[in-house]
Design a protein around this ligand. Structure first.
Ligand code: CUA
Length: 165
């Protein structure tokens, strides 16, 4: 039997353990790389609640009491959107090409999902939380938004559209 003192440093770690260690580090590096590529190359944002609201009173007070578009000037807009069973309020938003729209989206009742076609906006819409995303619309056209979280019998009717003129 050899003691650690007599062993060559290469033999201190079992060969299989060494393989697993190398694989482990490779996997961690690969996953970290995937995260970095998603964050910086594809611009994927981790959903972060902008702020909290009381779903029971959003229709009476605060910015969601008048859902829709606000013109901030200089091609910048804010859109306040409420998800509720089973529609988006508002169902249509019109902006000129080149506009930058910051979306504030929340739900009045159950969890919904907000997916904006042709754009990098795909968010879970949770009652009580406001989700905030900023999107620039350079190309004229129609950008439908729809609910992609099953929210009940009328789920498939929850759609709207951003019209860029
Ligand atoms: Cu709202 Cu599905």
């Amino acid at each position: 039997m050899t003691t650690p003192h007599e062993m060559h440093p290469d033999e201190w770690i079992d060969p299989y353990e060494k393989i697993m260690m190398v694989l482990g580090v490779l996997m961690l590096t690969g996953m970290m790389g995937t995260l970095l590529v998603a964050a910086f190359a594809f611009g994927i944002q981790v959903p972060s609640p902008e702020k909290q609201v009381n779903p029971n009173t959003i229709s009476e007070q605060g910015p969601f009491s008048e859902p829709g578009l606000r013109d901030l000037g200089g091609g910048k807009y804010e859109a306040y959107i409420i998800g509720q069973i089973w529609s988006w309020n508002p169902r249509e938003i019109r902006v000129p090409a080149g506009s930058t729209v910051t979306f504030f989206i929340t739900s009045k009742d159950v969890q919904h999902g907000f997916l904006l076609w042709h754009k990098n906006l795909n968010a879970q819409i949770v009652p009580g939380q406001v989700s905030k995303y900023t999107i620039t619309f350079d190309e004229p056209g129609e950008y439908p938004y729809l609910c992609h979280e099953y929210c009940g019998i009328g789920h498939h009717t929850m759609s709207g559209v951003v019209i860029v003129e």
